[in-house]
Design a protein around this ligand. Sequence first.
Ligand SMILES: Nc1ncnc2c1ncn2[C@@H]1O[C@H](COP(=O)(O)OP(=O)(O)O)[C@@H](O)[C@H]1O
Ligand SMILES: [Mg+2]
Length: 226
Amino acid sequence: MSSFLRAENLGKVYPLPKGELQVFRGLDFELEAGDIVAVMGMSGVGKTTFLNLLGALDRPSEGTVYLEGEDLFSRDADSLARIRNRKIGFVFQFFHLLPEFTALENLSLPLMIGGLERKKALGKGAGILEEVGLADKADCRPAQLSGGEQQRIAVARALVNDPRLLLADEPTGNLDWKTGEHMLDLLLDLHRKRGLSSVVVTHNDKVAGFCRKRYIMERGELKRMD
Ligand SMILES: Nc1ncnc2c1ncn2[C@@H]1O[C@H](COP(=O)(O)OP(=O)(O)O)[C@@H](O)[C@H]1O
Ligand SMILES: [Mg+2]
């Protein structure tokens, strides 16, 4: 049986002004449907690079990624963008909300990008806003929200299209301890309730603790920790 998400022989090289930077190569990874795994490792080892490749935000220099058995990188840019929009939810360390839009507009954007008319998108978005406990903040702009609230909106945005895959890059990295705890509870709750398959990059031992498998990235390799 093929896994839900599989990376094969993945390599990434960044061109630099003086030569090239090989972040990793020959990297293999599998995520079973419904599983949640943590990826840990020091800053600069390539965790974000890896996550970006898993979610097809960037193309690998070698190797490929299969999502539900399908080779993502055999697709052209437009069709890859559609897959990302429908099947993959991203949560970033720095939230990446658009400052000129309200909370509700921000999280409803993926629906509009996917072709849903604005009114319907905002209607569905309002439902998710409630799910993340921020129904009363619908009309606030990001600057009027706390870090924790902004990240909740970002989680809502990641899930508004009902993706199957959730990729979270240090989702608690910019939150204080207490707010981070709440964010974790929310992520775990949504992972279970929505039957997601999730990869969480984290420095937080508690996050890693609730994941079913832990990996550490070191010197260009991804190793199981247990
Ligand atoms: N777009 C890029 N261009 C060039 N180098 C990059 C780029 N993105 C990341 N890097 C470099 O690749 C390495 C891995 O970065 P990253 O994946 O962000 O690591 P981590 O998320 O583990 O901190 C670092 O040395 C970083 O400087
Ligand atoms: Mg990173």
